[in-house]
Structures are given as C-alpha cells and as structure tokens.
Design a protein. Structure first.
Length: 122
C-alpha cells in the first residue's frame, strides 16, 4: 500500500495534537513581594509516519519573584522589579522529531532561562 493510499483510508491525528496538556501554579503575595511556581505537563506531540507515534512527555517547572517599590516620593507610581527562572531543572524535551505529515524540522522546548524585568507604573 502506498503512503497516499494509507492516508486516504486511515484516520491520521494532527501532528500538533497532544493527548493531554495541563498546567498548574501557585503564588503567594505579601504587601510588596510575590513569589510563584508553575508547572506545565504535556503528554507529547505526534510523530512518525502518519503521526502514529508520540514524543515523550515533558514537565518544565518555572519560578519567579517580584518586588514592588513604592514610597511617598513616588506618589501613586510604583516600580516593580521581577526575576523569573524558566525550566528550573533544565529539562531537555523534544516537541517534534521532524517526522510526520507536514513536519520537516525537529523542535525543542525552551532550556533553562533567567529573565529580569523592571516596570514603572505611572
């Protein structure tokens, strides 16, 4: 049976289809500080000819901290300083392996990253 004949006669799941995806998170806020942690769970996207296999599951964890500076000198304005760590445990996970229908390139999830931000509310 040729590839086209197989595709014509069988159900083919989408290449960007995951069986399960979920996220959960928690944060705690004090008067001038906030901390958070969140987790993303993915059961793996489809791969292989006719998208009949799937990639391994993945579960990156992210954390962050934010401090708000406010004073009488600033009036109602506030300055926010934020720091985030994405993929804390540096989990290497492949979203796609380049196989499947319509997929020609491997793709990976984000590696560990450190991000900072400064925001001025006016």
């Amino acid at each position: 049976m040729t590839n086209w004949a197989f595709i014509k006669r069988h159900y083919i799941p989408l290449d960007h289809e995951s069986e399960y995806t979920a996220s959960v998170g928690a944060s705690y806020t004090w008067p001038h500080d906030r901390v958070y942690v969140d987790l993303l769970y993915g059961s793996g996207l489809r791969s292989g000819f006719a998208n009949d296999r799937k990639e391994p599951l993945y579960y990156p964890v992210n954390v962050g901290y934010e401090h708000v500076f406010s004073s009488a000198a600033l009036g109602r304005e506030r300055v926010r300083l934020r720091f985030d760590v994405v993929n804390v445990f540096d989990q290497v996970y492949q979203l796609r392996d380049g196989s499947g229908i319509g997929v020609g390139q491997a793709q990976f999830g984000e590696r560990r990253g450190f991000f900072g931000g400064l925001t001025f509310d006016f």
